[in-house]
Design a protein. Sequence first.
Length: 637
Amino acid sequence: MNRKQKRLWMAVSLSLFTACPLAVEAAGNGSSVEGQTEAIEEYALDDIVVTATRTPVEGAKADANLTVVTAEQIARNHYRDVTDVMRDVPGVTVHQYALAGYNNSNGLYINGSDDVVILVDGVKQNYAGGKAASLASAMKDLDNIERIEVLRGSASTLYGSDAKGGVINIITKKVNRLKTKIQAAYGSYEHQQYSVANEGRMGDFDWRVMYQKDKSGDFSDAHGNTTPSKLDADSVDLHAGYDLSKASRLAFNFHAYKDTDKWQALYEYLRGDPISDGRYDTFNWDMVYDAKIDDTTKNQLVIARSKYYYALREGTPRQYALDVWGWKISDQFDKKLGDHLLTAGFEFTRDETRSPASSVLINRSYYLQDQWGIAPEVKLTAGIRHDRNSGFGSHNSPSISIGYDIDSATHFYASYSEYFLTPSPSNLFHPIYGNRNMKPESGHTKEVGINHDFGHGLNVSAHYFQRQSKDRIGYNRRIGRYANVGDEGAHGWDVQLVKRFDKHVQTRLSYTRLNVTATDDREANRDGYLPIGQWNFGVDYENRGFDASLSARGYIDRPGAKKDPIGAFFPTSTYWVFDLALNYQMTQNAKVFFKVNNLFNQFYAEHSNARVQWGGAAEQWWTSPGRNFMLGVEYSF
Protein backbone atom coordinates (compact mmCIF):
# COMPACT_ATOMS: atom_id res chain seq x y z
CA MET A 1 0.00 0.00 0.00
CA ASN A 2 1.53 3.33 -1.09
CA ARG A 3 1.53 6.57 0.90
CA LYS A 4 -1.57 8.07 -0.77
CA GLN A 5 -3.54 4.87 -0.31
CA LYS A 6 -2.59 4.81 3.37
CA ARG A 7 -3.86 8.38 3.79
CA LEU A 8 -7.15 7.57 2.10
CA TRP A 9 -7.55 4.44 4.24
CA MET A 10 -6.90 6.51 7.38
CA ALA A 11 -9.62 8.99 6.41
CA VAL A 12 -12.19 6.28 5.67
CA SER A 13 -11.28 4.49 8.91
CA LEU A 14 -11.75 7.72 10.85
CA SER A 15 -15.22 8.23 9.41
CA LEU A 16 -16.20 4.66 10.28
CA PHE A 17 -14.69 5.08 13.75
CA THR A 18 -16.90 8.13 14.21
CA ALA A 19 -20.07 6.37 13.06
CA CYS A 20 -19.71 3.03 14.90
CA PRO A 21 -20.00 4.32 18.50
CA LEU A 22 -23.24 6.06 17.53
CA ALA A 23 -24.74 2.80 16.31
CA VAL A 24 -23.79 1.17 19.60
CA GLU A 25 -25.25 4.09 21.52
CA ALA A 26 -28.55 3.77 19.63
CA ALA A 27 -28.73 0.06 20.34
CA GLY A 28 -27.91 0.63 23.98
CA ASN A 29 -30.76 3.08 24.30
CA GLY A 30 -33.18 0.39 23.18
CA SER A 31 -34.47 2.47 20.27
CA SER A 32 -36.81 0.55 18.00
CA VAL A 33 -36.25 0.31 14.27
CA GLU A 34 -39.43 2.28 13.77
CA GLY A 35 -38.18 5.05 16.05
CA GLN A 36 -34.85 5.23 14.23
CA THR A 37 -36.65 5.43 10.88
CA GLU A 38 -38.77 8.34 12.10
CA ALA A 39 -35.65 10.18 13.21
CA ILE A 40 -33.94 9.60 9.86
CA GLU A 41 -36.93 10.78 7.85
CA GLU A 42 -37.19 13.89 10.01
CA TYR A 43 -33.66 14.90 9.12
CA ALA A 44 -33.90 13.94 5.43
CA LEU A 45 -36.52 16.48 4.37
CA ASP A 46 -35.82 18.31 1.10
CA ASP A 47 -34.98 21.99 1.11
CA ILE A 48 -37.02 24.49 -0.84
CA VAL A 49 -34.76 26.05 -3.49
CA VAL A 50 -35.28 29.10 -5.69
CA THR A 51 -32.26 29.37 -7.98
CA ALA A 52 -33.31 26.99 -10.77
CA THR A 53 -36.46 28.92 -11.73
CA ARG A 54 -36.31 32.11 -9.57
CA THR A 55 -39.37 30.73 -7.77
CA PRO A 56 -39.65 28.27 -4.83
CA VAL A 57 -39.56 24.56 -5.69
CA GLU A 58 -38.79 21.41 -3.72
CA GLY A 59 -35.09 20.61 -4.10
CA ALA A 60 -35.61 17.00 -5.16
CA LYS A 61 -38.08 18.14 -7.87
CA ALA A 62 -35.89 20.87 -9.39
CA ASP A 63 -35.08 20.45 -13.07
CA ALA A 64 -31.42 21.29 -12.53
CA ASN A 65 -28.19 20.01 -11.00
CA LEU A 66 -28.32 21.69 -7.58
CA THR A 67 -26.37 21.40 -4.34
CA VAL A 68 -27.42 23.18 -1.15
CA VAL A 69 -24.85 24.11 1.49
CA THR A 70 -26.64 24.72 4.79
CA ALA A 71 -25.93 27.20 7.57
CA GLU A 72 -25.08 24.27 9.84
CA GLN A 73 -22.42 23.01 7.42
CA ILE A 74 -20.90 26.49 7.14
CA ALA A 75 -20.86 27.03 10.92
CA ARG A 76 -19.37 23.60 11.55
CA ASN A 77 -16.49 23.96 9.07
CA HIS A 78 -15.33 27.54 9.79
CA TYR A 79 -14.53 28.46 6.21
CA ARG A 80 -12.56 31.66 5.55
CA ASP A 81 -14.92 32.98 2.85
CA VAL A 82 -17.39 31.86 0.19
CA THR A 83 -14.58 30.67 -2.10
CA ASP A 84 -13.47 28.32 0.68
CA VAL A 85 -17.04 26.98 0.98
CA MET A 86 -17.09 26.17 -2.74
CA ARG A 87 -14.13 23.78 -2.41
CA ASP A 88 -16.45 21.20 -0.81
CA VAL A 89 -19.18 21.45 -3.47
CA PRO A 90 -19.30 18.73 -6.17
CA GLY A 91 -18.48 19.94 -9.68
CA VAL A 92 -16.74 23.10 -8.41
CA THR A 93 -12.98 23.56 -8.81
CA VAL A 94 -11.04 26.38 -7.10
CA HIS A 95 -7.54 27.58 -8.09
CA GLN A 96 -5.81 30.12 -5.85
CA TYR A 97 -2.35 31.60 -6.33
CA ALA A 98 -1.76 32.20 -2.63
CA LEU A 99 -3.47 32.87 0.66
CA ALA A 100 -3.32 36.59 -0.13
CA GLY A 101 -3.18 38.63 -3.30
CA TYR A 102 -3.77 38.08 -7.00
CA ASN A 103 -7.49 37.55 -6.26
CA ASN A 104 -8.75 38.71 -9.63
CA SER A 105 -6.66 36.01 -11.34
CA ASN A 106 -7.82 33.16 -9.12
CA GLY A 107 -10.15 30.61 -10.67
CA LEU A 108 -13.56 29.30 -9.61
CA TYR A 109 -14.97 26.83 -12.14
CA ILE A 110 -18.37 25.15 -12.39
CA ASN A 111 -18.70 22.46 -15.06
CA GLY A 112 -15.29 23.55 -16.35
CA SER A 113 -16.19 27.23 -16.84
CA ASP A 114 -15.16 30.25 -14.76
CA ASP A 115 -18.07 32.30 -16.12
CA VAL A 116 -20.23 32.01 -13.01
CA VAL A 117 -22.93 34.32 -11.63
CA ILE A 118 -22.98 35.12 -7.91
CA LEU A 119 -26.24 36.28 -6.32
CA VAL A 120 -27.10 37.44 -2.81
CA ASP A 121 -30.80 36.85 -2.16
CA GLY A 122 -31.31 36.75 -5.92
CA VAL A 123 -29.52 40.07 -6.59
CA LYS A 124 -26.66 39.74 -9.08
CA GLN A 125 -23.24 40.78 -7.74
CA ASN A 126 -21.08 40.37 -10.88
CA TYR A 127 -19.46 43.38 -12.48
CA ALA A 128 -17.88 43.92 -15.89
CA GLY A 129 -14.44 42.34 -16.05
CA GLY A 130 -14.59 40.67 -12.65
CA LYS A 131 -14.58 36.95 -11.97
CA ALA A 132 -16.57 34.94 -9.45
CA ALA A 133 -13.40 33.93 -7.56
CA SER A 134 -12.53 37.49 -6.57
CA LEU A 135 -16.14 38.25 -5.62
CA ALA A 136 -16.49 35.14 -3.46
CA SER A 137 -13.15 35.77 -1.72
CA ALA A 138 -14.45 39.16 -0.52
CA MET A 139 -17.59 37.65 1.05
CA LYS A 140 -16.65 37.06 4.69
CA ASP A 141 -19.93 37.34 6.65
CA LEU A 142 -20.59 33.60 6.61
CA ASP A 143 -22.54 33.65 9.88
CA ASN A 144 -25.36 35.52 8.13
CA ILE A 145 -25.86 32.82 5.46
CA GLU A 146 -28.94 30.62 5.71
CA ARG A 147 -27.86 28.46 2.78
CA ILE A 148 -25.97 28.59 -0.51
CA GLU A 149 -27.58 27.12 -3.60
CA VAL A 150 -25.08 26.07 -6.28
CA LEU A 151 -26.57 25.46 -9.74
CA ARG A 152 -24.33 23.64 -12.23
CA GLY A 153 -25.18 24.41 -15.86
CA SER A 154 -25.73 27.52 -17.97
CA ALA A 155 -28.66 29.65 -16.83
CA SER A 156 -28.43 32.74 -19.01
CA THR A 157 -32.17 32.94 -19.70
CA LEU A 158 -32.82 33.97 -16.12
CA TYR A 159 -29.46 35.37 -15.01
CA GLY A 160 -27.87 36.81 -18.14
CA SER A 161 -24.27 36.69 -19.30
CA ASP A 162 -21.65 35.14 -17.02
CA ALA A 163 -24.04 32.25 -16.25
CA LYS A 164 -22.30 29.94 -18.71
CA GLY A 165 -20.94 27.59 -16.03
CA GLY A 166 -23.54 28.04 -13.33
CA VAL A 167 -24.93 30.16 -10.50
CA ILE A 168 -24.07 30.59 -6.82
CA ASN A 169 -27.02 32.03 -4.89
CA ILE A 170 -26.34 33.10 -1.29
CA ILE A 171 -29.52 33.19 0.80
CA THR A 172 -29.16 35.27 3.97
CA LYS A 173 -30.83 34.66 7.31
CA LYS A 174 -33.98 36.44 8.42
CA VAL A 175 -33.53 38.56 11.53
CA ASN A 176 -36.04 37.74 14.27
CA ARG A 177 -34.41 38.56 17.61
CA LEU A 178 -31.84 40.77 19.30
CA LYS A 179 -28.37 39.17 19.31
CA THR A 180 -24.73 40.19 19.41
CA LYS A 181 -21.94 37.79 18.46
CA ILE A 182 -18.19 38.23 18.94
CA GLN A 183 -15.59 35.94 17.41
CA ALA A 184 -11.81 35.77 17.65
CA ALA A 185 -9.52 33.23 16.01
CA TYR A 186 -5.77 32.78 15.63
CA GLY A 187 -3.82 30.24 13.63
CA SER A 188 -0.86 29.28 11.50
CA TYR A 189 0.90 31.84 9.30
CA GLU A 190 -0.06 34.65 11.69
CA HIS A 191 -3.67 34.21 10.66
CA GLN A 192 -5.95 36.42 12.75
CA GLN A 193 -9.69 36.88 12.47
CA TYR A 194 -11.84 39.17 14.63
CA SER A 195 -15.50 39.94 14.07
CA VAL A 196 -18.47 41.49 15.82
CA ALA A 197 -22.09 41.44 14.64
CA ASN A 198 -25.28 42.88 16.06
CA GLU A 199 -28.79 42.20 14.82
CA GLY A 200 -32.31 42.68 16.06
CA ARG A 201 -35.93 43.53 15.38
CA MET A 202 -38.16 46.27 16.76
CA GLY A 203 -41.71 46.00 15.50
CA ASP A 204 -41.66 46.19 11.71
CA PHE A 205 -37.98 47.24 11.57
CA ASP A 206 -35.02 44.83 11.55
CA TRP A 207 -31.26 45.32 11.18
CA ARG A 208 -27.87 43.61 11.10
CA VAL A 209 -24.38 45.16 11.30
CA MET A 210 -21.12 43.21 10.98
CA TYR A 211 -17.42 44.13 11.00
CA GLN A 212 -14.56 41.67 10.45
CA LYS A 213 -10.77 41.99 10.37
CA ASP A 214 -8.63 39.36 8.61
CA LYS A 215 -4.84 39.25 8.73
CA SER A 216 -2.22 36.70 7.66
CA GLY A 217 1.50 36.54 6.87
CA ASP A 218 4.07 34.32 5.18
CA PHE A 219 3.07 30.68 4.72
CA SER A 220 4.89 27.37 4.23
CA ASP A 221 4.08 24.51 1.89
CA ALA A 222 4.17 20.83 2.88
CA HIS A 223 7.94 20.68 2.23
CA GLY A 224 8.62 23.57 4.60
CA ASN A 225 9.38 26.13 1.87
CA THR A 226 8.32 29.64 2.89
CA THR A 227 6.44 31.92 0.51
CA PRO A 228 6.23 35.64 1.35
CA SER A 229 2.61 36.71 1.74
CA LYS A 230 0.59 39.32 3.58
CA LEU A 231 -3.08 40.16 3.94
CA ASP A 232 -4.73 42.96 5.90
CA ALA A 233 -8.46 43.11 5.14
CA ASP A 234 -11.55 44.83 6.54
CA SER A 235 -15.15 43.77 5.85
CA VAL A 236 -18.34 45.69 6.67
CA ASP A 237 -21.89 44.44 6.08
CA LEU A 238 -25.09 46.35 6.86
CA HIS A 239 -28.74 45.37 6.48
CA ALA A 240 -31.88 47.33 7.33
CA GLY A 241 -35.39 46.13 6.55
CA TYR A 242 -38.87 47.53 7.11
CA ASP A 243 -42.25 45.78 6.71
CA LEU A 244 -44.42 48.39 5.03
CA SER A 245 -47.43 46.09 5.41
CA LYS A 246 -48.22 42.41 5.69
CA ALA A 247 -47.78 42.17 1.91
CA SER A 248 -44.85 44.51 1.18
CA ARG A 249 -41.31 45.03 2.42
CA LEU A 250 -38.40 47.39 1.78
CA ALA A 251 -34.77 46.40 2.48
CA PHE A 252 -31.38 48.13 2.20
CA ASN A 253 -28.14 46.10 2.03
CA PHE A 254 -24.55 47.36 2.01
CA HIS A 255 -21.30 45.41 1.66
CA ALA A 256 -17.75 46.76 1.66
CA TYR A 257 -14.42 44.96 1.52
CA LYS A 258 -10.96 46.48 1.42
CA ASP A 259 -7.57 44.85 1.62
CA THR A 260 -3.90 45.48 1.09
CA ASP A 261 -1.94 42.41 0.17
CA LYS A 262 1.50 41.15 -0.78
CA TRP A 263 2.09 37.96 -2.70
CA GLN A 264 4.89 36.09 -4.42
CA ALA A 265 5.53 32.74 -6.05
CA LEU A 266 8.23 30.55 -4.54
CA TYR A 267 10.38 30.67 -7.68
CA GLU A 268 10.24 34.49 -7.63
CA TYR A 269 11.27 34.47 -3.97
CA LEU A 270 14.24 32.16 -4.57
CA ARG A 271 15.62 34.29 -7.41
CA GLY A 272 15.29 37.46 -5.33
CA ASP A 273 12.38 39.19 -7.08
CA PRO A 274 10.64 41.88 -5.00
CA ILE A 275 7.33 40.99 -3.42
CA SER A 276 4.31 42.37 -5.28
CA ASP A 277 1.90 44.84 -3.69
CA GLY A 278 -1.80 44.64 -4.39
CA ARG A 279 -5.08 46.22 -3.35
CA TYR A 280 -8.70 45.12 -3.62
CA ASP A 281 -11.37 47.69 -2.74
CA THR A 282 -15.07 47.11 -3.28
CA PHE A 283 -18.46 48.25 -2.09
CA ASN A 284 -22.00 47.66 -3.26
CA TRP A 285 -25.45 48.58 -2.01
CA ASP A 286 -28.95 47.65 -3.09
CA MET A 287 -32.54 48.64 -2.33
CA VAL A 288 -35.08 45.82 -2.65
CA TYR A 289 -38.85 46.31 -2.69
CA ASP A 290 -40.98 43.15 -2.42
CA ALA A 291 -44.74 43.25 -2.87
CA LYS A 292 -47.31 40.46 -2.70
CA ILE A 293 -50.18 41.86 -4.72
CA ASP A 294 -52.48 38.91 -4.06
CA ASP A 295 -52.23 35.14 -3.49
CA THR A 296 -51.20 34.58 -7.13
CA THR A 297 -49.14 37.70 -7.88
CA LYS A 298 -45.75 38.96 -6.62
CA ASN A 299 -43.29 41.62 -7.71
CA GLN A 300 -39.70 42.52 -6.77
CA LEU A 301 -37.90 45.75 -7.71
CA VAL A 302 -34.12 46.16 -7.17
CA ILE A 303 -31.86 49.21 -7.52
CA ALA A 304 -28.14 48.61 -6.93
CA ARG A 305 -24.87 50.53 -7.08
CA SER A 306 -21.36 49.04 -6.99
CA LYS A 307 -17.71 50.00 -7.14
CA TYR A 308 -14.81 47.58 -7.61
CA TYR A 309 -11.13 48.47 -7.67
CA TYR A 310 -8.39 45.89 -8.06
CA ALA A 311 -4.68 46.68 -8.46
CA LEU A 312 -1.76 44.34 -9.06
CA ARG A 313 1.85 45.49 -8.54
CA GLU A 314 0.52 48.88 -7.47
CA GLY A 315 2.91 51.74 -8.04
CA THR A 316 5.19 49.91 -10.51
CA PRO A 317 5.59 50.17 -14.30
CA ARG A 318 4.00 46.70 -14.60
CA GLN A 319 0.91 47.79 -12.66
CA TYR A 320 -2.44 46.39 -13.70
CA ALA A 321 -5.60 48.04 -12.34
CA LEU A 322 -9.29 47.43 -12.91
CA ASP A 323 -11.70 50.13 -11.71
CA VAL A 324 -15.41 49.59 -12.46
CA TRP A 325 -18.47 51.55 -11.28
CA GLY A 326 -21.88 50.07 -11.98
CA TRP A 327 -25.63 50.63 -11.78
CA LYS A 328 -28.21 47.84 -11.84
CA ILE A 329 -32.00 48.13 -12.01
CA SER A 330 -34.20 45.05 -12.24
CA ASP A 331 -37.81 44.03 -11.79
CA GLN A 332 -39.36 40.57 -11.60
CA PHE A 333 -43.09 39.85 -11.82
CA ASP A 334 -44.59 36.41 -10.95
CA LYS A 335 -48.17 35.45 -11.78
CA LYS A 336 -49.96 32.15 -11.20
CA LEU A 337 -52.57 31.40 -13.89
CA GLY A 338 -54.17 27.99 -13.48
CA ASP A 339 -51.51 25.38 -14.29
CA HIS A 340 -49.05 28.06 -15.40
CA LEU A 341 -46.58 30.09 -13.31
CA LEU A 342 -45.37 33.03 -15.39
CA THR A 343 -42.19 34.93 -14.54
CA ALA A 344 -41.36 38.11 -16.44
CA GLY A 345 -38.63 40.62 -15.81
CA PHE A 346 -36.16 43.17 -17.06
CA GLU A 347 -32.62 44.15 -16.09
CA PHE A 348 -30.64 47.29 -16.86
CA THR A 349 -26.90 47.48 -16.20
CA ARG A 350 -24.46 50.31 -16.79
CA ASP A 351 -20.79 49.51 -16.19
CA GLU A 352 -18.31 52.36 -16.37
CA THR A 353 -14.68 51.25 -16.49
CA ARG A 354 -12.30 54.02 -15.40
CA SER A 355 -9.12 51.98 -15.70
CA PRO A 356 -7.29 50.44 -17.49
CA ALA A 357 -9.21 52.60 -20.00
CA SER A 358 -12.33 54.74 -19.81
CA SER A 359 -15.38 53.06 -21.34
CA VAL A 360 -19.08 52.48 -20.74
CA LEU A 361 -21.10 49.37 -21.56
CA ILE A 362 -24.89 49.33 -21.20
CA ASN A 363 -27.02 46.22 -21.35
CA ARG A 364 -30.82 45.94 -21.36
CA SER A 365 -32.41 42.53 -20.87
CA TYR A 366 -35.96 41.23 -20.93
CA TYR A 367 -36.94 37.69 -20.00
CA LEU A 368 -40.07 35.56 -19.85
CA GLN A 369 -40.50 32.10 -18.36
CA ASP A 370 -43.51 29.78 -18.11
CA GLN A 371 -43.68 26.81 -15.73
CA TRP A 372 -46.54 24.68 -16.98
CA GLY A 373 -47.90 21.79 -14.94
CA ILE A 374 -48.99 19.63 -17.87
CA ALA A 375 -49.96 16.83 -15.48
CA PRO A 376 -49.44 16.19 -11.76
CA GLU A 377 -46.22 14.32 -12.55
CA VAL A 378 -45.00 16.40 -15.55
CA LYS A 379 -43.79 20.01 -15.64
CA LEU A 380 -42.59 21.89 -18.72
CA THR A 381 -40.51 25.04 -18.21
CA ALA A 382 -39.68 27.26 -21.17
CA GLY A 383 -38.20 30.72 -21.34
CA ILE A 384 -36.40 33.26 -23.47
CA ARG A 385 -34.14 36.24 -22.76
CA HIS A 386 -33.48 39.18 -25.07
CA ASP A 387 -30.26 41.18 -24.53
CA ARG A 388 -29.54 44.56 -26.11
CA ASN A 389 -25.89 45.47 -25.55
CA SER A 390 -24.46 48.89 -26.43
CA GLY A 391 -21.31 47.32 -27.82
CA PHE A 392 -22.54 44.03 -29.32
CA GLY A 393 -26.13 44.43 -30.48
CA SER A 394 -29.03 42.09 -29.70
CA HIS A 395 -29.15 38.42 -28.87
CA ASN A 396 -31.84 35.93 -27.80
CA SER A 397 -31.15 33.11 -25.30
CA PRO A 398 -33.93 30.48 -25.10
CA SER A 399 -34.18 27.56 -22.68
CA ILE A 400 -36.49 24.62 -22.13
CA SER A 401 -36.69 21.78 -19.62
CA ILE A 402 -39.09 18.99 -18.82
CA GLY A 403 -39.36 17.29 -15.45
CA TYR A 404 -41.06 13.98 -14.81
CA ASP A 405 -41.87 12.33 -11.47
CA ILE A 406 -41.37 8.66 -12.32
CA ASP A 407 -42.79 7.85 -8.89
CA SER A 408 -43.05 9.60 -5.53
CA ALA A 409 -39.32 9.02 -4.86
CA THR A 410 -37.81 9.49 -8.34
CA HIS A 411 -37.52 12.63 -10.45
CA PHE A 412 -36.04 12.85 -13.96
CA TYR A 413 -35.39 15.94 -16.07
CA ALA A 414 -33.89 16.96 -19.39
CA SER A 415 -32.98 20.52 -20.38
CA TYR A 416 -31.56 22.68 -23.15
CA SER A 417 -30.33 26.25 -22.69
CA GLU A 418 -28.36 28.82 -24.66
CA TYR A 419 -26.04 31.53 -23.38
CA PHE A 420 -24.56 34.82 -24.59
CA LEU A 421 -21.30 36.23 -23.19
CA THR A 422 -19.85 39.63 -24.15
CA PRO A 423 -16.15 40.56 -23.89
CA SER A 424 -15.34 42.51 -20.73
CA PRO A 425 -13.98 46.08 -20.76
CA SER A 426 -10.58 44.64 -19.82
CA ASN A 427 -10.75 42.26 -22.82
CA LEU A 428 -11.52 45.20 -25.07
CA PHE A 429 -9.64 48.21 -23.69
CA HIS A 430 -6.61 46.98 -21.72
CA PRO A 431 -3.67 49.14 -22.94
CA ILE A 432 -1.42 46.08 -23.48
CA TYR A 433 -3.69 43.06 -23.93
CA GLY A 434 -6.94 44.66 -25.15
CA ASN A 435 -8.52 43.80 -28.50
CA ARG A 436 -11.43 45.90 -29.75
CA ASN A 437 -12.14 43.48 -32.60
CA MET A 438 -13.47 40.70 -30.36
CA LYS A 439 -16.87 39.11 -30.88
CA PRO A 440 -19.31 37.86 -28.20
CA GLU A 441 -19.14 34.23 -27.19
CA SER A 442 -22.28 32.12 -27.49
CA GLY A 443 -23.23 28.51 -27.00
CA HIS A 444 -25.65 25.98 -25.59
CA THR A 445 -25.83 23.32 -22.90
CA LYS A 446 -27.77 20.06 -22.88
CA GLU A 447 -28.37 18.23 -19.62
CA VAL A 448 -30.18 15.24 -18.15
CA GLY A 449 -30.45 14.21 -14.53
CA ILE A 450 -32.19 11.88 -12.13
CA ASN A 451 -32.73 12.02 -8.39
CA HIS A 452 -33.93 9.11 -6.25
CA ASP A 453 -34.81 9.03 -2.57
CA PHE A 454 -34.22 5.49 -1.27
CA GLY A 455 -35.71 6.38 2.12
CA HIS A 456 -33.99 5.90 5.46
CA GLY A 457 -31.99 9.09 4.83
CA LEU A 458 -30.34 7.96 1.57
CA ASN A 459 -30.55 10.15 -1.53
CA VAL A 460 -28.67 9.54 -4.81
CA SER A 461 -28.56 11.73 -7.90
CA ALA A 462 -26.76 11.55 -11.24
CA HIS A 463 -26.33 14.11 -14.02
CA TYR A 464 -24.77 14.44 -17.47
CA PHE A 465 -24.10 17.66 -19.40
CA GLN A 466 -22.76 18.61 -22.81
CA ARG A 467 -21.78 22.19 -23.70
CA GLN A 468 -20.70 23.69 -27.02
CA SER A 469 -19.17 27.17 -27.20
CA LYS A 470 -18.65 29.33 -30.28
CA ASP A 471 -15.99 32.07 -30.47
CA ARG A 472 -14.61 31.23 -27.03
CA ILE A 473 -13.19 34.33 -25.29
CA GLY A 474 -9.58 33.81 -24.18
CA TYR A 475 -5.99 34.95 -24.59
CA ASN A 476 -4.10 34.35 -27.84
CA ARG A 477 -0.41 33.92 -27.10
CA ARG A 478 0.59 34.36 -30.76
CA ILE A 479 -0.70 37.95 -30.92
CA GLY A 480 -0.24 38.71 -27.22
CA ARG A 481 -3.84 39.89 -26.74
CA TYR A 482 -7.27 38.77 -25.69
CA ALA A 483 -9.10 37.20 -28.61
CA ASN A 484 -11.74 34.73 -29.75
CA VAL A 485 -9.78 31.48 -29.63
CA GLY A 486 -12.11 29.17 -31.54
CA ASP A 487 -14.86 26.79 -30.55
CA GLU A 488 -14.80 24.73 -27.36
CA GLY A 489 -16.67 21.61 -26.33
CA ALA A 490 -17.19 20.25 -22.84
CA HIS A 491 -19.00 17.28 -21.38
CA GLY A 492 -19.10 15.51 -18.06
CA TRP A 493 -21.13 13.60 -15.53
CA ASP A 494 -21.44 13.29 -11.77
CA VAL A 495 -22.92 11.00 -9.15
CA GLN A 496 -23.81 12.38 -5.72
CA LEU A 497 -24.80 10.42 -2.62
CA VAL A 498 -26.01 11.77 0.72
CA LYS A 499 -26.74 9.43 3.62
CA ARG A 500 -28.07 10.49 7.02
CA PHE A 501 -27.79 7.64 9.47
CA ASP A 502 -29.64 9.43 12.28
CA LYS A 503 -29.75 12.87 13.86
CA HIS A 504 -26.06 12.54 14.77
CA VAL A 505 -24.26 11.40 11.61
CA GLN A 506 -24.47 12.34 7.94
CA THR A 507 -22.09 11.45 5.10
CA ARG A 508 -21.78 12.76 1.57
CA LEU A 509 -19.84 11.37 -1.37
CA SER A 510 -19.63 12.51 -4.99
CA TYR A 511 -17.58 11.89 -8.10
CA THR A 512 -17.37 14.29 -11.05
CA ARG A 513 -15.94 13.51 -14.51
CA LEU A 514 -15.01 16.39 -16.82
CA ASN A 515 -13.61 16.74 -20.34
CA VAL A 516 -12.99 20.12 -22.03
CA THR A 517 -11.61 20.25 -25.57
CA ALA A 518 -8.52 22.22 -26.60
CA THR A 519 -8.73 25.71 -28.16
CA ASP A 520 -6.20 28.03 -29.80
CA ASP A 521 -5.02 29.27 -26.39
CA ARG A 522 -5.36 26.18 -24.21
CA GLU A 523 -4.80 22.45 -24.30
CA ALA A 524 -7.51 20.03 -23.15
CA ASN A 525 -9.10 20.67 -19.74
CA ARG A 526 -7.76 24.23 -19.71
CA ASP A 527 -4.10 23.23 -19.98
CA GLY A 528 -4.69 20.33 -17.63
CA TYR A 529 -5.64 22.66 -14.78
CA LEU A 530 -9.10 21.08 -14.51
CA PRO A 531 -8.92 17.51 -13.19
CA ILE A 532 -10.49 14.81 -15.30
CA GLY A 533 -11.89 13.25 -12.12
CA GLN A 534 -12.80 14.88 -8.81
CA TRP A 535 -13.96 13.29 -5.56
CA ASN A 536 -15.71 15.12 -2.72
CA PHE A 537 -16.23 13.29 0.56
CA GLY A 538 -17.44 14.37 3.98
CA VAL A 539 -18.78 13.04 7.25
CA ASP A 540 -20.52 15.23 9.85
CA TYR A 541 -21.11 14.27 13.47
CA GLU A 542 -23.20 16.10 16.06
CA ASN A 543 -24.10 15.09 19.63
CA ARG A 544 -25.21 17.53 22.30
CA GLY A 545 -22.51 20.21 22.66
CA PHE A 546 -19.93 18.61 20.36
CA ASP A 547 -19.81 18.43 16.57
CA ALA A 548 -17.13 17.56 14.02
CA SER A 549 -16.69 17.49 10.27
CA LEU A 550 -14.13 15.67 8.13
CA SER A 551 -14.03 16.68 4.47
CA ALA A 552 -11.83 15.58 1.59
CA ARG A 553 -11.18 16.61 -2.00
CA GLY A 554 -9.53 14.22 -4.42
CA TYR A 555 -8.17 15.49 -7.74
CA ILE A 556 -7.62 12.72 -10.27
CA ASP A 557 -5.42 13.24 -13.36
CA ARG A 558 -4.59 16.96 -13.24
CA PRO A 559 -1.33 16.86 -15.19
CA GLY A 560 -0.95 20.40 -16.49
CA ALA A 561 -0.10 21.14 -20.12
CA LYS A 562 1.13 17.78 -21.42
CA LYS A 563 2.50 19.15 -24.71
CA ASP A 564 4.79 21.63 -23.01
CA PRO A 565 8.34 20.36 -23.52
CA ILE A 566 9.75 21.61 -20.23
CA GLY A 567 8.20 18.84 -18.16
CA ALA A 568 6.94 19.01 -14.59
CA PHE A 569 3.89 21.30 -14.60
CA PHE A 570 2.51 20.41 -11.14
CA PRO A 571 4.13 18.60 -8.20
CA THR A 572 1.61 15.78 -8.60
CA SER A 573 -1.30 15.14 -10.95
CA THR A 574 -3.41 13.13 -8.48
CA TYR A 575 -3.74 14.08 -4.82
CA TRP A 576 -6.11 14.32 -1.84
CA VAL A 577 -6.58 17.18 0.63
CA PHE A 578 -8.35 16.56 3.97
CA ASP A 579 -9.72 19.15 6.42
CA LEU A 580 -10.99 18.54 9.96
CA ALA A 581 -13.14 20.87 12.08
CA LEU A 582 -14.06 20.35 15.76
CA ASN A 583 -16.55 22.45 17.77
CA TYR A 584 -17.59 22.38 21.41
CA GLN A 585 -20.45 24.40 22.92
CA MET A 586 -19.09 25.17 26.41
CA THR A 587 -22.15 27.10 27.55
CA GLN A 588 -25.35 28.31 25.96
CA ASN A 589 -23.51 31.42 24.78
CA ALA A 590 -19.89 30.33 24.29
CA LYS A 591 -18.30 27.97 21.75
CA VAL A 592 -14.70 27.03 21.00
CA PHE A 593 -13.53 25.56 17.70
CA PHE A 594 -10.42 24.02 16.18
CA LYS A 595 -9.77 23.68 12.44
CA VAL A 596 -7.01 21.74 10.67
CA ASN A 597 -6.56 22.38 6.95
CA ASN A 598 -4.54 19.96 4.81
CA LEU A 599 -4.62 17.42 7.62
CA PHE A 600 -2.11 15.01 6.03
CA ASN A 601 0.26 17.77 4.83
CA GLN A 602 -0.18 17.14 1.11
CA PHE A 603 2.36 18.88 -1.15
CA TYR A 604 0.51 20.37 -4.13
CA ALA A 605 0.04 23.49 -6.25
CA GLU A 606 -3.08 25.01 -7.82
CA HIS A 607 -1.23 27.32 -10.23
CA SER A 608 1.95 26.91 -12.25
CA ASN A 609 4.35 29.05 -14.28
CA ALA A 610 5.76 26.08 -16.18
CA ARG A 611 5.11 27.38 -19.69
CA VAL A 612 7.84 28.06 -22.23
CA GLN A 613 5.55 30.47 -24.09
CA TRP A 614 5.14 32.56 -20.93
CA GLY A 615 8.82 32.52 -19.98
CA GLY A 616 8.45 29.84 -17.34
CA ALA A 617 10.40 26.73 -16.45
CA ALA A 618 9.79 23.32 -14.94
CA GLU A 619 8.71 23.17 -11.30
CA GLN A 620 7.89 26.87 -11.09
CA TRP A 621 4.79 26.50 -8.94
CA TRP A 622 2.61 28.57 -6.65
CA THR A 623 2.64 25.89 -3.96
CA SER A 624 -0.32 25.68 -1.57
CA PRO A 625 -0.08 25.85 2.24
CA GLY A 626 0.90 22.73 4.14
CA ARG A 627 -0.84 21.54 7.29
CA ASN A 628 -2.15 24.56 9.19
CA PHE A 629 -4.33 25.21 12.22
CA MET A 630 -6.86 27.71 13.52
CA LEU A 631 -8.20 27.99 17.09
CA GLY A 632 -11.08 30.29 17.92
CA VAL A 633 -13.87 31.22 20.28
CA GLU A 634 -17.38 32.59 19.71
CA TYR A 635 -19.55 34.35 22.27
CA SER A 636 -23.18 35.39 21.76
CA PHE A 637 -25.47 37.42 24.00
